[in-house]
Design a protein around this ligand. Structure first.
Ligand SMILES: [Zn+2]
Length: 69
């Protein structure tokens, strides 16, 4: 289960799902984009695959990350 802290949009957090775009990963952290509000999220998965902790990427850093792709 993955929930966007910004808008409350939620999905199952799987790679193939459409609620959050999968942009890549950095170590244990996945970079996702909320389809609802467009916010960048850093997602940390816990040992329980059903639980994920999402953190909003600050707007400025997010713009840079998107520009770099
Ligand atoms: Zn959102």
């Amino acid at each position: 289960m993955l929930t966007c802290p910004g808008c409350g949009h939620s999905g199952d957090g799987g790679r193939g799902e459409s609620a959050f775009d999968y942009l890549g990963r950095d170590g244990l952290v996945e970079v996702r984009r909320c389809q609802s509000c467009g916010a960048g999220l850093l997602v940390r998965f816990t040992l329980l695959p059903t639980e994920a902790h999402a953190e909003v990427i600050p707007e400025e850093a997010w713009q840079e990350m998107q520009a770099a792709r």
